[in-house]
Design a protein. Structure first.
Length: 101
């Protein structure tokens, strides 16, 4: 097991979007209180599910970020560098995996 850039053996599956940058892992998790609507976590729960899945509906009640339906599939909306951006849960998970390379 190799430690990440924060010295930890695990990397949290968090991605945050700010006015100036994209943060991944510990850096994203550490700023969630200041930027909850643009800090994504639990994206894995959305993969392979439909937007109207009762489990998704229940989970959405606890997430500060916006999840909406795109042709029946869940998508995540954030503000990034002053623009509204939309991502699939697979794209968010890929960002975390790319960080681990």
């Amino acid at each position: 097991i190799i430690a990440n850039d924060q010295g930890n053996r695990t990397t949290p599956s968090y991605v945050a979007f700010t006015d100036s940058e994209r943060l991944i892992g510990d850096a994203a998790k550490n700023q969630v209180a200041m930027n909850p609507k643009n800090t994504i976590f639990d994206a894995k729960r959305l993969i392979g599910r439909r937007f109207d899945d009762p489990k998704i509906t229940q989970d959405m009640k606890h997430w500060p970020f916006k999840v909406y339906s795109d042709c029946g599939k869940p998508k995540i909306e954030v503000d990034f560098k002053g623009e509204v951006k939309k991502f699939s849960p697979e794209e968010i998970s890929a960002m975390v995996l790319t960080k681990m390379k």
